[in-house]
Design a protein around this ligand. Sequence first.
Ligand code: ZN
Length: 313
Amino acid sequence: MAQVYQVLGSSLVPIDARYEVKGTSVIFYSRGGTIGKNARNTQYTMGLEILLQRILTADAAILGVWVDSKEVQRLELRERQILGPAEMIDGPTDEAVARIHHLLTSRMAGVGRAPMARGPGNRTRRIRIELSGAFSEDSLVTLLNGGVRLEDSPSDTDTASSELLDADDLCFEGTPPESMNILREVLARSNKEQRHLKKVLLKGKTMGPCCICGTFLPDTLLVAAHIKKRSQCTTGEREDYSNVGALMCALGCDALFERGLIIVDRDGIIRKGSKLKSTLRIPKVEEVLDVQCAAYTEGNKNYFAWHQHYHAR
Ligand SMILES: [Zn+2]
């Protein structure tokens, strides 16, 4: 039997959407049943969007997408193809993802339908997404997990934004027990490291300043953010506690920094990130622009440079 994976949403939380990997194909499962009665893959739409976003972000070209449900297996491939290679557009922008998502769902509704059929048709069917390139199953699953290898640690952004995660919160019906055990181990390791990082940054105190906006806050409102993404750090960098992390407030600064909407430049000054659309006005951003980042030091300037470079892509 094929190994079934659950789509990981933000904060490494598995959502109710599943897929399997066959060679360079991703088989995304249909939604079915009714809520309260054998409902499965109820978060189909969100799951598909997340996978498309990750495929586009990784620059993995989609060669084609086909409806793969049992009732259309009799049809020729070209009759159930719902996306061709020429329709791929550049970049992992939200617009590109939304456009492909829309094409897929609107076209799948029409595949194999009787000419006189009424209603909108089924937009949550089993589909096969064929990718170009040589992937091992592991590397493809890692790509679809947004860079998180299950046997590795979750990325810093996951733990940074939601602080410590509790594996029991992640117990979803249908998650294979072995996956839950791996998740538990990963979370335990990551949470321990996160707690330690915060302790180092707070220097044993229970309050501290946000290094971006300067607000003095109790530790429950401060996040030990990784300046360089935790998942991208070498072991040595991960253990470089006094430099790799910085205290940011959970009132906005952590989220802005984590998403690259603000960066810290070579002089330690907070600037707009290139991800921030120039027309967008966010009060919290305006408040901190052109201000010196209080945490900027010789020791962490290369991590800040990494963050700026990473989000300039
Ligand atoms: Zn702040």
